[in-house]
Design a protein around this ligand. Sequence first.
Ligand code: FAD
Length: 383
Amino acid sequence: MHDIDCTIIGGGIVGCAVAAELSSRGLTTVLLEMEDGLGRGTTSRNSEVAHGGMYYPNGSLKARFCVEGRRLLKAFCERADVGYRECGKLIVATTPDEVPELERLLALGTANGVEDLLLIDGPALLRLEPDVKACAALHSPRTGIVDAEGAARAWAHVVADHGGQVMTAAKVTGLWPAAGVWKVEISAAGPGRHEGWTHTSRIVVNAAGLWADRVAALAGVDVDARGWNQHLVKGNYFSIASAHHGRINRLVYPVPPRHGTSLGVHLCLDLGGQMKIGPDVEHLATDPRDSGFDWRVDPARRDAFCDGARRFLPWLEPDDLVPGMSGLRPKLVATGFHDFVVQREDGDLAGLINLVGIESPGLTSAAALAREVARLVEEMDAA
Ligand SMILES: Cc1cc2nc3c(=O)[nH]c(=O)nc-3n(C[C@H](O)[C@H](O)[C@H](O)COP(=O)(O)OP(=O)(O)OC[C@H]3O[C@@H](n4cnc5c(N)ncnc54)[C@H](O)[C@@H]3O)c2cc1C
């Protein structure tokens, strides 16, 4: 395979959105995913919330791409017939001293361009959600839930519709700059298939999610010097017994914890009406990329989950909870805020675009990240 315009590494929601954007601009595009299906990484291990965008510092990429990305994601899902429901979200203050935090989020969200945010008092909350106990809430009616894997697959169809190639079970194992193009080495393994090849590509986009720092290193980026080593922080979920399904109609979040590592253990709904709570924050002793992934959820965490959620769901009992799924956040700092990294390389590495630290709200932001990559490609071509 020779003379491709763009190779995208990673068939998660971000890589699929990027490949769709670039192929629809007339660039020859190959999307490479090492698993035997699309969206099997973090894209299928998260809360599937299309976030509003009220948590992130004004002017940050997270704020910009989340607000723009949600509008684009919703419009795409409607066009492509992918599951999406604008169910709305409540961030609840369980004590009066948490209300100023809601006011801060209202101001920040408004500055970030989040639509229709409204601070409501206890009685108004009770009318919306009689089974949620809190003294006030920030209501974000535009927050939604989405079939994330479905969106990734639908974007891959857009790639194919524009003549691009989508290859699964195709792992990038080498990347070398060579006279103005990138040499890409791929090893492909699948049922009845074991082969490898190299092709050349003018542009390479690293959208490898949990592996993005390692793929950048493969291409020759000094990730230590850039501070790009991703720390994988686990988030666990517990499912809520089906007897309670339908009791609550909106996503319910606490005020965000001060450590800034997560938005706090919240009540999630999926498109099928199932309820779960999570994710918590579990710092791992070893890097699972070296020691092996263990997605199991420790049942011993149940009581801590129940105690946390009972602050706003007082009817929840420990026996209502069963261990659910887990996911991993690719964090650039162990605690606190760090923005997305979206970087076009130059010099010896020209032609490479790295997306690193694409944690939440990466799913919401996918289409906006894709537009940003397309802008960087245009910038590169104009240079
Ligand atoms: C617990 C949790 C909850 C979250 N909740 C939300 C939420 O509610 N809303 C939200 O907006 N965001 C949320 N996020 C974040 C969101 O899930 C991610 O930002 C998003 O899924 C990242 O997508 P991605 O395509 O970058 O990564 P991935 O989905 O991980 O895709 C990367 C792909 O690259 C492939 N790959 C890696 N290396 C190679 C290689 N060498 N060759 C070929 N392929 C390779 C991998 O197999 C993988 O499929 C959450 C994350 C977690 C962990």
